[in-house]
Design a protein around this ligand. Structure first.
Ligand SMILES: Cc1cc2nc3c(=O)[nH]c(=O)nc-3n(C[C@H](O)[C@H](O)[C@H](O)COP(=O)(O)O)c2cc1C
Length: 159
Protein backbone atom coordinates (compact mmCIF):
# COMPACT_ATOMS: atom_id res chain seq x y z
CA UNK A 1 0.00 0.00 0.00
CA UNK A 2 1.18 3.54 -0.71
CA UNK A 3 2.34 5.37 2.39
CA UNK A 4 0.21 8.13 3.83
CA UNK A 5 1.17 11.04 6.04
CA UNK A 6 -1.44 13.05 7.90
CA UNK A 7 -0.30 16.46 9.11
CA UNK A 8 -2.56 18.99 10.71
CA UNK A 9 -2.68 22.23 12.60
CA UNK A 10 -5.28 22.63 15.33
CA UNK A 11 -5.65 25.38 17.91
CA UNK A 12 -8.68 24.10 19.80
CA UNK A 13 -8.52 20.39 18.88
CA UNK A 14 -11.39 20.31 16.38
CA UNK A 15 -9.15 19.62 13.40
CA UNK A 16 -7.10 17.32 15.60
CA UNK A 17 -10.18 15.14 16.15
CA UNK A 18 -10.82 15.07 12.39
CA UNK A 19 -7.17 14.12 11.81
CA UNK A 20 -7.35 11.33 14.39
CA UNK A 21 -10.51 9.82 12.89
CA UNK A 22 -8.96 10.05 9.44
CA UNK A 23 -5.78 8.41 10.68
CA UNK A 24 -7.70 5.44 12.07
CA UNK A 25 -9.26 4.95 8.64
CA UNK A 26 -6.27 5.35 6.36
CA UNK A 27 -3.59 3.87 8.60
CA UNK A 28 -1.10 6.67 8.09
CA UNK A 29 1.43 8.50 10.22
CA UNK A 30 -0.09 11.38 12.18
CA UNK A 31 1.98 14.50 12.82
CA UNK A 32 0.80 17.84 14.26
CA UNK A 33 2.14 21.12 12.89
CA UNK A 34 2.98 23.12 16.02
CA UNK A 35 4.00 26.76 16.01
CA UNK A 36 7.31 27.64 17.64
CA UNK A 37 5.51 30.43 19.51
CA UNK A 38 2.19 29.01 20.73
CA UNK A 39 -0.91 30.97 19.81
CA UNK A 40 -3.17 32.43 22.53
CA UNK A 41 -6.55 30.79 23.01
CA UNK A 42 -8.28 34.11 23.65
CA UNK A 43 -10.57 34.64 20.65
CA UNK A 44 -9.97 38.39 20.24
CA UNK A 45 -6.21 38.00 20.57
CA UNK A 46 -5.89 35.13 18.11
CA UNK A 47 -8.13 36.90 15.61
CA UNK A 48 -5.84 39.91 15.71
CA UNK A 49 -2.68 37.80 15.36
CA UNK A 50 -4.14 35.73 12.53
CA UNK A 51 -5.26 38.88 10.75
CA UNK A 52 -1.81 40.45 10.96
CA UNK A 53 -0.09 37.26 9.85
CA UNK A 54 -2.29 37.19 6.79
CA UNK A 55 -1.85 40.87 6.05
CA UNK A 56 1.95 40.59 6.22
CA UNK A 57 1.93 37.22 4.45
CA UNK A 58 4.00 35.84 7.35
CA UNK A 59 5.56 32.40 7.56
CA UNK A 60 5.25 31.59 11.28
CA UNK A 61 7.98 29.21 12.47
CA UNK A 62 7.13 25.58 13.15
CA UNK A 63 8.31 24.08 16.45
CA UNK A 64 9.75 20.69 15.68
CA UNK A 65 11.98 19.63 12.87
CA UNK A 66 9.66 18.74 10.02
CA UNK A 67 9.42 15.12 8.89
CA UNK A 68 10.85 13.97 5.62
CA UNK A 69 8.05 13.38 3.13
CA UNK A 70 10.23 11.33 0.83
CA UNK A 71 8.58 8.02 1.71
CA UNK A 72 5.02 9.26 1.41
CA UNK A 73 2.91 9.28 -1.74
CA UNK A 74 -0.16 10.83 -0.15
CA UNK A 75 0.03 13.77 2.19
CA UNK A 76 -3.17 14.73 3.96
CA UNK A 77 -3.03 18.32 5.22
CA UNK A 78 -5.59 19.47 7.78
CA UNK A 79 -6.29 22.97 9.05
CA UNK A 80 -9.04 25.21 10.41
CA UNK A 81 -10.22 28.13 8.29
CA UNK A 82 -8.86 31.42 9.64
CA UNK A 83 -10.10 34.61 8.07
CA UNK A 84 -11.78 32.76 5.21
CA UNK A 85 -8.71 30.80 4.14
CA UNK A 86 -6.00 28.50 5.51
CA UNK A 87 -3.74 29.96 8.16
CA UNK A 88 -0.27 31.16 7.29
CA UNK A 89 1.62 28.36 9.08
CA UNK A 90 0.32 25.98 6.41
CA UNK A 91 2.36 28.03 3.92
CA UNK A 92 5.43 27.60 6.17
CA UNK A 93 4.87 23.85 5.87
CA UNK A 94 4.33 23.92 2.12
CA UNK A 95 7.40 26.10 1.51
CA UNK A 96 9.62 23.51 3.15
CA UNK A 97 9.14 20.73 0.60
CA UNK A 98 9.37 19.77 -3.01
CA UNK A 99 5.98 18.25 -3.79
CA UNK A 100 6.83 16.80 -7.20
CA UNK A 101 5.15 13.39 -7.60
CA UNK A 102 3.20 13.92 -4.38
CA UNK A 103 -0.53 13.95 -3.91
CA UNK A 104 -1.91 16.42 -1.38
CA UNK A 105 -5.30 15.73 0.14
CA UNK A 106 -6.66 18.66 2.12
CA UNK A 107 -9.22 18.50 4.89
CA UNK A 108 -10.47 21.27 7.14
CA UNK A 109 -12.85 22.42 9.82
CA UNK A 110 -14.73 25.70 9.84
CA UNK A 111 -17.61 27.65 11.36
CA UNK A 112 -19.47 28.29 8.12
CA UNK A 113 -16.93 29.14 5.43
CA UNK A 114 -16.70 25.57 4.09
CA UNK A 115 -13.33 25.06 2.47
CA UNK A 116 -13.13 28.80 1.74
CA UNK A 117 -11.71 28.06 -1.72
CA UNK A 118 -8.59 26.70 -0.05
CA UNK A 119 -8.37 23.50 -2.07
CA UNK A 120 -7.98 25.55 -5.25
CA UNK A 121 -5.66 27.95 -3.41
CA UNK A 122 -3.49 25.02 -2.36
CA UNK A 123 -3.24 23.77 -5.92
CA UNK A 124 -2.19 27.25 -7.07
CA UNK A 125 0.37 27.50 -4.25
CA UNK A 126 1.92 24.09 -4.93
CA UNK A 127 1.48 23.60 -8.67
CA UNK A 128 3.93 20.68 -8.77
CA UNK A 129 1.66 18.60 -6.53
CA UNK A 130 -1.59 16.97 -7.42
CA UNK A 131 -4.19 18.38 -5.02
CA UNK A 132 -7.35 16.33 -4.62
CA UNK A 133 -10.76 17.54 -3.51
CA UNK A 134 -10.77 17.83 0.26
CA UNK A 135 -13.41 17.44 2.91
CA UNK A 136 -14.64 20.41 4.96
CA UNK A 137 -16.46 19.66 8.21
CA UNK A 138 -18.27 22.24 10.29
CA UNK A 139 -16.76 22.50 13.79
CA UNK A 140 -20.15 21.99 15.45
CA UNK A 141 -20.47 18.60 13.72
CA UNK A 142 -17.12 17.40 15.00
CA UNK A 143 -18.67 16.59 18.38
CA UNK A 144 -20.18 13.60 16.57
CA UNK A 145 -18.23 10.76 15.03
CA UNK A 146 -17.55 11.70 11.40
CA UNK A 147 -16.08 8.42 10.20
CA UNK A 148 -19.07 7.69 7.96
CA UNK A 149 -18.58 10.97 6.09
CA UNK A 150 -14.84 10.50 5.98
CA UNK A 151 -15.19 7.00 4.50
CA UNK A 152 -17.59 8.29 1.83
CA UNK A 153 -15.13 11.02 0.91
CA UNK A 154 -12.14 8.64 0.84
CA UNK A 155 -14.09 6.29 -1.43
CA UNK A 156 -14.82 9.16 -3.82
CA UNK A 157 -11.09 9.94 -4.09
CA UNK A 158 -10.33 6.44 -5.35
CA UNK A 159 -6.86 6.39 -3.84
C1 LIG B 1 -8.48 33.45 14.13
C2 LIG B 1 -9.65 32.64 13.67
C3 LIG B 1 -10.30 32.97 12.50
C4 LIG B 1 -11.38 32.19 12.04
N1 LIG B 1 -11.96 32.52 10.85
C5 LIG B 1 -12.96 31.73 10.37
C6 LIG B 1 -13.54 32.01 9.10
O1 LIG B 1 -13.19 32.95 8.40
N2 LIG B 1 -14.54 31.18 8.66
C7 LIG B 1 -14.97 30.11 9.40
O2 LIG B 1 -15.87 29.41 8.95
N3 LIG B 1 -14.43 29.83 10.60
C8 LIG B 1 -13.44 30.61 11.10
N4 LIG B 1 -12.88 30.31 12.32
C9 LIG B 1 -13.38 29.15 13.08
C10 LIG B 1 -12.50 27.92 12.93
O3 LIG B 1 -12.22 27.63 11.58
C11 LIG B 1 -13.21 26.68 13.51
O4 LIG B 1 -13.67 26.92 14.80
C12 LIG B 1 -12.28 25.48 13.50
O5 LIG B 1 -13.02 24.29 13.59
C13 LIG B 1 -11.26 25.50 14.64
O6 LIG B 1 -10.41 24.40 14.48
P1 LIG B 1 -9.37 23.93 15.60
O7 LIG B 1 -10.18 23.61 16.85
O8 LIG B 1 -8.74 22.71 15.03
O9 LIG B 1 -8.42 25.03 15.85
C14 LIG B 1 -11.83 31.09 12.80
C15 LIG B 1 -11.17 30.76 14.01
C16 LIG B 1 -10.10 31.53 14.44
C17 LIG B 1 -9.40 31.16 15.72
Amino acid sequence: MKKRLIVYFSLTDTTKKFAQELCELVDGDLIPIEPLHPYPLDQKEIEKIAYMEKKRDDRPAIKDPLPSIQDYDFIFIGYPIWWYTFLQIIKTFLDFYDFHHKTIIPFNTHDGSGDGGTYKELQDYVPEAKVLIGLPIRAANMIYDQKGNIIEWLDSLKI
